[in-house]
Design a protein around this ligand. Structure first.
Ligand SMILES: Cc1cc2nc3c(=O)[nH]c(=O)nc-3n(C[C@H](O)[C@H](O)[C@H](O)COP(=O)(O)OP(=O)(O)OC[C@H]3O[C@@H](n4cnc5c(N)ncnc54)[C@H](O)[C@@H]3O)c2cc1C
Ligand code: FES
Length: 296
């Protein structure tokens, strides 16, 4: 949905709660899987939404760290929200040290997720750890009786995070997994765009792409989709503080079309005519809504 037709609602469904670590395991390729048990009242997240995780005091970081939801389940009636993340810096390394039972402040669910009900064949495109929200999206599509084509790419085979779990999971959901690596060490040699080129002629319906990965890959997917008249929904990342539109720290440059369609009655937490806020209008944006030449 482009900005012109997006519903102008800033309805608040998020809460800040004290969650508990229910499971915290190695997920391979230097990644961790974290399950948090949420207290009653935490809304069930949708694929593409994220949660701000704030470490318990004394914490090495002041600000919470945003994480995409990678799965949702119920255990003994309790909501369990799963995350797949890489310990890349001071905050995520401190997170990685938390054992089951530890408290974590969680603010969410935040942002707009993928519009999975859009008509067409859903093609999920993941780059590296971008697989996290898309496995959740594949689950959600299967619950509504729809299958998907799942394109999963990385530079090399060791960066195909969780691929051994992904294959049976996607097959069980009735989907098809297409692997690519830049160096050809697993799956098709090339990028996810090469895989899309091969896949598109075999699909009758219009394609609707839902993607997550590095911004360079998302830029390529956006251009690929726009050149062919397909819609593409891309999960963007930005350094975030509040996660709720207040701090203005996560601007995303709007395209000329989105600037022209910007309405004066847009809720202020949604940014301004020039910039959308990644946390409230995103993190999932339709390709035509962003100025890709100015996306960092
Ligand atoms: C909406 C959203 C969803 C995200 N989902 C996931 C996820 O599912 N799994 C996951 O592993 N990570 C995810 N990230 C990225 C994650 O939030 C950052 O990796 C994390 O904030 C880094 O914190 P740190 O304290 O460990 O690193 P820092 O010490 O703050 O930084 C270490 C390195 O990480 C880089 N970095 C910092 N913040 C980000 C960021 N937001 N995006 C990319 N690189 C960053 C820094 O530039 C630096 O190179 C998401 C980010 C956003 C905005
Ligand atoms: S993180 Fe504060 S406005 Fe987006």
């Amino acid at each position: 949905m482009t900005t012109a037709t997006a519903p102008l609602t800033a309805a608040r469904s998020w809460r800040q709660v004290t969650a508990r670590v229910a499971r915290h395991d190695d997920a391979g390729a230097g990644h961790r899987w974290l399950d948090l048990e949420m207290p009653a009242g935490f809304a069930v997240p949708e694929p593409g939404q994220f949660v701000q995780l704030l470490l318990p005091a004394p914490s090495p970081v002041l600000l919470p760290r945003p994480m995409s939801v990678a799965g949702v389940s119920r255990r003994g009636g309790r909501l369990i929200v799963g995350f797949l993340y890489a310990p890349v810096g001071v905050g995520t390394r401190a997170l990685a040290a938390l054992a089951p039972g530890h408290p974590v402040e969680a603010l969410g669910p935040l942002g707009h997720g993928y519009p999975l009900d859009e008509a067409g064949t859903a093609v999920l495109v993941a780059g590296g750890r971008g697989v996290a929200p898309l496995l959740f999206a594949a689950d959600a599509l299967a619950r509504t009786g729809r299958t998907c084509e799942f394109v999963f790419g990385a530079r090399t085979r060791s960066l195909l995070v969780g691929v051994e779990d992904a294959r049976p999971r996607i097959t069980k959901l009735g989907g098809r997994l297409h692997l690519t690596t830049d160096d050809g060490s697993r799956g098709r040699r090339g990028t996810v765009l090469d895989a899309l080129d091969a896949l598109a002629p075999r699909i009758g319906d219009p394609l609707v792409l839902h993607a997550c990965g590095p911004h360079g890959m998302l830029h390529g997917v956006a251009e690929w989709a726009m050149a062919r008249g397909f819609r593409a929904h891309l999960a963007m990342e930005s350094v975030m503080a509040c996660g709720t539109g207040v701090c203005r720290g996560c601007p995303m440059p709007r395209s000329a079309a989105a600037r022209a369609a910007h309405r004066a009655d847009t809720p202020s937490l949604f940014g301004n005519r020039e910039y959308a806020m990644c946390c409230t209008e995103g993190p999932v944006f339709e390709a035509r809504d962003l100025d890709w030449e100015r996306v960092e």
